[in-house]
Design a protein. Structure first.
Length: 165
């Protein structure tokens, strides 16, 4: 988790917002000196990951112009990938390595209300698709966009950040 926060901080992302669920206390203790803002999805046991995404997007929507979004299980993308995403002018930019979509996503805050209004049984991916928001697939030379470190004991969290205006 510290690696992911460090990468986002080096990219100039601020604020960094972590939406916690399982093991929230341990995560908050681990990142207590990092300047991260924590939101807790108290219903994490009975809700979907998309509910945590909505919580974070709602919080950060009026605080920035573009949001980097990733799940906590995808910490291995590089600064170069973030820079390539920020070169896109699309409403949503998605990194692609060898034809496969990965993380993080770069989302303009102007389209967040459309995403939040969209009903989806397929999480953020389904909401983006159903909302009709313009997306651009950005080819990157970073296989880290595809790596996930998920395990049954992992902490559920979503990370958000912004580039300074």
């Amino acid at each position: 988790m510290r690696l992911l926060v460090s990468t986002l901080q080096q990219a100039g992302a601020e604020p960094i917002v972590v939406v916690t669920g399982n093991q929230a206390d341990a995560l908050e203790k681990e990142l207590s000196k990092s300047g991260v803002v924590f939101l807790h999805n108290k219903d994490y046991m009975t809700s979907q990951m998309f509910d945590s995404v909505k919580l974070g997007l709602s919080y950060i929507n009026d605080k920035c112009d573009r949001v980097l979004f990733t799940i906590s299980d995808a910490p291995l993308f590089t600064m170069q990938t973030i820079a390539e995403l920020f070169r896109s002018d699309a409403d949503i930019a998605i990194p692609v390595f060898t034809g496969r979509k990965g993380h993080p996503l770069l989302i303009k805050t102007t389209v967040i209300p459309r995403i939040l209004e969209t009903e989806s049984d397929n999480g953020l991916r389904g909401a983006i698709r159903a909302s009709g928001v313009e997306t651009e697939l950005v080819t990157v030379e970073d296989e880290g966009v595809l790596f996930y470190t998920s395990s049954s004991s992992s902490t559920t969290a979503s990370f958000f950040g912004r580039c300074t205006r």
